[in-house]
Design a protein around this ligand. Sequence first.
Ligand code: ATP
Ligand code: MG
Length: 468
Amino acid sequence: MSHITSIPHLPEIYRQLLDAVDVGIHAINSEGESIIYNRKMSEIEDMAREDVLYKNITDIFLFTSEEESRLLKALSDGSVHHNAKQTYFNFKGQEITTVNDTFPLFDKGKRIGAVEIAKDITKLERLTRANSRDKQEARFTFDQIIGETFAIQEVIDNAKRATRTASSVLIYGETGTGKELFAQSIHNGSERASRPFISQNCAALPDSLIEGILFGSVKGAFTGATDHPGLFEQADGGTLMLDEINSLSTSLQAKLLRALQEKSIRRIGDTKNRSVDVRIIATVNEDPIVSLEKNHLREDLYYRLSVVSIVVPPLRQRKEDIFILSDHFIKKYNERFQLNVPRIADEVQHLFQKYDWPGNVRELEHMIEGAMNLIHFDEEIDYSHLPIHVRTKFPVHNPVAHKPESLVIPLSPPAKTLQTYMNEVEKIYLEEMLQRHKGNVTQAAVELGISRQSLQYRMKKFEMDSKR
Ligand SMILES: Nc1ncnc2c1ncn2[C@@H]1O[C@H](COP(=O)(O)OP(=O)(O)OP(=O)(O)O)[C@@H](O)[C@H]1O
Ligand SMILES: [Mg+2]
C-alpha cells in the first residue's frame, strides 16, 4: 500500500496538524475516493467529515457539465490549477464557491491521487469585491437605448420620469432585454449621476457571502472577516443595482427591507447602525407575480421596491425594432472591426422577423457580431453568416429562389431521408410563393410553372392555407 492510501491510518500527530491549519485540504486516492478532509474544508463546504471520507467525490458533490471536478481532472490528466475559482454544489444542494490550488499526487512517478487546497474565504471575498468594483461605472444613458416602437418608447418615458426622484425601482424583463441599460440610464439621468453606481448580481454568490458584501463586516465577525464597508456604504449618495433579487434568501430579503426602511445598515458583527443614502434599483428576470406566488420574492419587499415599476418587453413583442437595432449593431462592429458591411440581406431580415429571440437584444447583438466575424469583403450579412442553431431552425431559407449559391443544407442534426427533406423544402418554397402573391393560387401556380390543380393538390397534401 502506498503512503497516500494508508493515510486513513495517519499518525495522530499528522491528523491534528491537518486540522490545525487554516486552509481547507481535500485529497482523493486513485479511485476518486476522499482520503483526507480536514476541519477547515468541512467548514468551507459545510459538510460533515463522515459524509465525505472514503466516498467517491462524484457521489457527494455535484459539478456542472461545463465545470467538472478539478480534483478528478488532476487525477485523470495531471492538470494543475493555482488560485482558481470553482463553483459546485454539495449533496444538500448548497452552492459552494472556493479559490483553490489543485494538483496531482505522485508515487514513484505514478499518479496515485490528487489534492485540493482551498484558500481562506477572505481571499474569495476580495475577489468578489474586485469583481463588483469592475462594474461600478455607469456608462449608459437614455440616448443609447435604441428602439422606436411604442412598446419600448413607453418604457423609456416611464424610466425617464424615475430620474426625478430617489424612489426604489423594480425592473422586470427577460434576459438580454436591456435591464442594466435602463438602470444605468436612470442613474446617469438623476441627481446622483456624479455619485457611485454599483451593481451586484445576487444570484452569482452564496447567501453567506452576499450578506457580507452588501452590508460589510467588522473584524472578527466570522473566520477571516476584516473591517470592510459593504456595497450599501460604498454606494452612499448613489445607486445600488441589485440584479436577480428573487434569488436572495427570504431572510436576506428581510434584512434588505429593513435597510431600506431605516435607511441604515449594520455591518456583520457590529453593534452600531450606520446611516446610508442609497437608491435601489432591483431587477428580476421572472414575472414578479410569479416570484411572489413561488415565494421567491417577499411581498413586503416587493411593495417597497416597486414604487416605480418598469417592465421591459421582450424583443419578440417589438419586432419592428429589429431593423434599427441591427443597423445600430452593424455600425458598432463596422467601427470596431474596421469593416464596411452595408446591411443585412433581405432574406435575413425576413428570417429575423420570424425568429422568436429567446436571448433578446443581447442575442441579436451577438448574432451580428458573429456574422461580421465571418465576413471577408464588406458583403451583406446573409443566411450563411447566421449561427447553426438559427439555420437549423429555418432550414434552407428561400431555397433556390434567390441565391442558389448560398444554399446551406443543414446536415446535422438530425439526418433526414431525402423525401422528408424534399417535402420540407417544397413546402417552404410554396409558402413563399403564395405569400409573394398574397394567397392568389392561380398567380402562384403560373410563377411555379405548374397547373393550378397541381398546386392545390400540393397545398392539401402539406395542409397549407392560402390565406396564411
Ligand atoms: N434597447 C437597446 N438598445 C441598444 N442596446 C441594447 C438595448 N437593449 C439591450 N441592449 C444591449 O444588449 C445587451 C444586454 O443588455 P443588458 O445587459 O442591459 O440586459 P439585461 O436585461 O440586464 O440582461 P440579463 O438579465 O441577462 O442581465 C447589452 O450589450 C446592451 O448594450
Ligand atoms: Mg443584467
